[in-house]
Write a protein that binds this ligand. Structure first.
Ligand code: PMP
Ligand code: GLU
Length: 397
């Protein structure tokens, strides 16, 4: 059968594909340690689960308004005011089935052929494919480790054309953990100011931030920026709620209305029960968050130290999220059983084959010299996994 040509413009999400492969190998009995999954390994806090149980018991098991229940919209409005000094009304909020769905809706209502969308690289795997699906042209802005994996104002300035529709910002970043300071964002905001373009600010890792770094959203820097920024966030990472599928956008009413219209023709409302759980996540006790972040910080320190101890691998200390993005390029050219490893995909395949360790190749994030490891796994797994990577690297000739 001939499928629609649009589907051939994208690939399956590599993060999900590798995680699924690692799980399938485990199910077959192989002792695989996975650094693939981009989801917290903690349980959803009990008080949030109980809110969902209560919602079921009270019969909140029916369709809700397409864009979310007012209680959740109000919880989101309070959160954005409290944490980000941003004021919105209900007509400026839409709740969707995870931030990925939010971003998908957003790219569909905003972009089309002829548009250019700026994506700083390394980027989260799905931005590129979502932009491609919309028909727009992704404009990749490369950043290296030397600039902390963050774009510079002059770089942004040079990339903006008449056709630029938006830039997708993600701080803390997946996969690098880079966090933009308020000053760095102000310099970028100056470039954007006065231009006919939008900023999409994907804040999903907002709370997972270390060493007293402060999170800043570019929208909070000026009224002008606020009016041209769409904030995307969700409960998946902060509250260990990846499976509940609740994300949201806050921004100009016209855009939110269009996203709601699109959603009314695809998923309708996000799950009613999950919405009530999200109300509790945002309004309820926040104690679980710093506990989780402290555990991630401990793991980050261990994984970075162990990676840097492996000859041929260098790894910067990330400021946020739960990923490390080490440079493994000096191992390229070395071989295993006569086969030379020449890129991040070869190295990733070698680690799975020879060491039973799953990681994601950097090429999927736009940087082929790197690999991504998620440290949302136990310290025991980190120690054992890194021991295996170390021996695998020693096994290369
Ligand atoms: N943005 C980034 C940068 C992510 O890493 C993820 C994780 N999949 C998402 C958005 C989407 O998260 P979710 O759909 O679970 O809310
Ligand atoms: N964001 C996570 C990751 O990058 C989850 C998987 C996905 O949706 O891509 O691994």
């Amino acid at each position: 059968m001939k499928l629609a040509s649009r589907i051939s413009t994208i690939k399956p999400s590599p993060t999900l594909a590798i995680t699924a492969k690692a799980n399938a190998l485990k199910a077959e009995g192989r002792d695989v340690i996975s650094f693939g999954a981009g989801e917290p390994d903690f349980d959803t806090p009990d008080h949030i689960k109980m809110a969902a149980v209560k919602a079921i018991e009270e019969g909140f098991t029916k369709y809700t308004p397409v864009d979310g229940i007012v209680e959740l919209k109000d919880a989101i409005i309070s959160k954005l005011g409290r944490d980000n000094q941003l004021t919105y009304d209900r007509s400026q909020i839409v709740v969707s089935c995870g931030a990925k769905h939010t971003l998908y809706n957003l790219t569909q209502v905003l972009f089309e052929e002829g548009d250019e969308v700026i994506i700083p690289s390394p980027y989260w795997v799905s931005y590129l494919d979502m932009v491609l699906l919309s028909g727009a042209r992704p404009v990749i802005l490369n950043t290296g480790e030397a600039q902390g994996f963050k774009i510079l104002p002059e770089q942004l300035k040079a990339a903006i054309t008449r056709n630029t529709k938006a830039i997708i910002m993600n701080s803390p970043s997946n996969p690098t953990g880079a966090v933009y300071t308020a000053r760095e964002l102000a310099a970028l905001a100056e470039v954007v100011s006065g231009k006919e373009m939008l900023v999409i600010s994907d804040d999903i890792y907002e709370k997972i931030i270390y060493d007293d770094r402060q999170f800043t959203n570019i929208a909070s820097l000026s009224k002008e920026l606020r009016d041209r920024t769409v904030v995307v966030n969700g409960v998946s990472k902060t509250y260990s709620m990846t499976g509940w599928r609740i994300g949201y956008a806050a921004g100009p009413e016209e855009i939110i209305k269009a996203m709601t219209k699109l959603q009314s023709q695809n998923t309708s409302n996000p799950t009613s029960i999950s919405q009530w759980a999200a109300v509790e996540a945002l309004n309820g006790n926040q104690e679980s968050v710093p506990v989780m972040v402290e555990e991630f910080r401990r793991r980050r320190d261990v994984i970075v130290e162990k990676l840097n101890a492996i000859p041929g691998i260098t790894c910067a200390l990330p400021d946020g999220a739960f990923y490390v993005f080490p440079d493994v390029s000096s191992l390229f050219g070395r071989s295993y059983q006569g086969q030379a490893l020449s890129n991040s995909s070869d190295f990733t395949a070698y680690l799975l084959e020879a060491a039973n360790v799953a990681v994601i190749p950097g090429v999927d994030f736009g940087h082929d010299n790197h690999i991504r490891l998620s440290y949302a796994t136990s310290l025991k797994n980190i120690e054992e996994g890194l021991k295996r990577i170390n021996s695998a690297v020693k096994g290369l000739s």
